[in-house]
Ligand binder design. Sequence first.
Ligand SMILES: [Zn+2]
Length: 353
Amino acid sequence: MTTPMPGGLRLMAVHAHPDDESSKGAATSARYVAEGVRVRVVSCTGGERGDILNERLKDDAHILRDLTRVRREEMARAAQILGVSHTWLGFVDSGLPEGDPLPPLPEGCFALEPVEVSAEALVRVIREFRPHVVTTYDENGGYPHPDHIQTHVVTMAAWRAAGDPEAYPHAGEPWQPLKLYYNGWSAERTERLHEAMLEAGLESPFADWIANLRRRPRRQIGTHVPCAEHFPTRDRALLAHATQVDPDGQWFAVPLELQQRVWPTEDFELARSIVPATMPEDDLFAGVRELEDPDEVCRRAPERDADGDPVVAYVGPPALPPQEEGLEARSTQPQDADADDRDEMREEEGHSE
Ligand SMILES: [Zn+2]
């Protein structure tokens, strides 16, 4: 690792709800903070429609009276534990629609906001914080919640606009981040943890999952950030979201030591990079650290392609089709199959939204 550059490096993690920053990429945030990188978490919504997932807090009158305020306090505590600064983008949680047919999304929620409105808010934060690297979710949201998918859409729009002097001229000086990542969800990690749990004679919380993994599109994940020593910090940050996390749930069923030994990284997909990239890599700032003055590159208006997108040196590969055939057939099955999948993903996420 080279010496830190003047002004330092900056990482921005864009998330849908408070607690997502602690379940996705949190140990990576803690690692970079420990190295002197400034990290900003952006929560697009306030998590107003989250359920109380912690049985022990379900009847707590104080929480029931003002869940929004409680979640703000939880978020402040998690940010303090991770050592990150934090910005609320100010949009309203869309909730996770449930039922068959699915009910319409609530009026005024994040997923229904015009993209140009939400993107302007994010562009403003990007131009103020001036990150070299931004993380967000993949086009499926990494998890099929309308706010997660919208977080992807809005971050992509902001990536395109932030360095454009013509776009949102009143939202600050143009700033083009150099790399854009998706938080990776690795099927291989789940398989390895599952096997290691069985080998250790422990009950694996992933048994139901394993059967379904092969039916999911496979993401091509090339970035593995070593951060095992920060897993305890990640867990403490997640537990700070006390209303959203079941301390007896699946997330905490896998011993820390086993996780650190079997899968000591957090994983990301590099989606776009202005600087050249070589896969696999183990550092979100690979290619940025090598620049003499990355700030100068970010301030320069990027070249644009025929679609108006910044010209990139690297674009992430598409997801691969599922290993198992019959996905098309499956998508015409009753909604229950998808609902089951979604419940499993909620469990894996360690939280309700
Ligand atoms: Zn979420």
